[in-house]
Design a protein around this ligand. Structure first.
Ligand code: CDP
Length: 215
């Protein structure tokens, strides 16, 4: 038995933090699918391939020389953990994620993470496309204001300059694109539990997911 918990939701909702902690608590594997899209976007940039060029980006995604170890992401043997978190790479990830053949190229790679004793997978389409038979599906969200404030704090903590209004605008743009695209649009699955974390601490959100899973 290799149970899967999917945690889908919009950008900066805190799903990555919650998913990683739930995985640690249960001793499960963790898939950060957004990181794969970010790695593919960075790889395209470095190979001189335009984010609009579906065939070429899909070709790169299919042979993505990427790996994850503990808290690091690697591309071609280089530590790109910080590079893939840049705002422009997030934008690139969102662009290439709208291309059907790019999504197809990453599908089996994501499914391969389903291993004993279990998996927590975080993204946009984990419950709808990648693991439709997951034991527990969570749709994790927070208000747009709260998400912008969280992203702002993250950037400031990293010592980067940040503009709250700009961040709010970027989050709205990204949400709109993720929800409007024709492949795997972001939406709550009918069988997913809704977890609004606007007024919850990280611990409270983690405990809610664990409680649902143990029910
Ligand atoms: O950090 P943030 O939540 O903003 O983004 P992320 O989870 O790292 O994902 C980056 C982008 O990849 C998102 O804007 C989505 O467009 C895309 N993505 C996707 O389409 N499907 C997934 N399963 C994960 C991410």
């Amino acid at each position: 038995l290799r149970p899967v918990i999917t945690i889908d939701g919009p950008s900066a909702s805190g799903k990555g933090t919650v998913a990683a902690l739930v995985a640690r608590e249960l001793g499960f594997h963790y898939l950060d699918s957004g990181a794969l899209y970010r790695l593919a976007a960075l790889y395209a940039l470095r190979e001189g391939v335009s984010w609009e060029d579906e065939n070429q980006v899909a070709r790169l995604a299919a042979q993505l020389p990427a790996a994850f170890t503990d808290d690091k992401a690697w591309l071609d043997g280089h530590d790109v953990s910080a590079a893939i978190r840049a705002e422009d790479i997030g934008m690139g990830a969102s662009r290439i994620a709208a291309l059907p053949s790019v999504r197809a190229a990453l599908l089996e790679r994501q499914r391969a993470y389903q291993q004993t004793p279990g998996l927590v997978a975080d993204g946009r389409d984990m419950g709808s496309v990648v693991f439709p038979r997951a034991e527990l599906k969570v749709f994790l969200t927070a208000s747009a204001e709260e998400r912008a404030a969280r992203r702002y704090k993250q950037l400031i903590a990293k010592g980067e300059s940040a503009n709250l209004l700009q961040i709010q605008q970027d989050i709205c743009d990204r949400d709109a694109r993720d929800a409007a695209r024709s492949v795997a649009p972001l939406r709550q699955e009918p069988d997913a539990r809704l977890l609004d974390t606007s007024a919850l601490t990280i611990d409270q959100a983690v405990n809610q997911v664990l409680q649902w899973f143990r029910e």
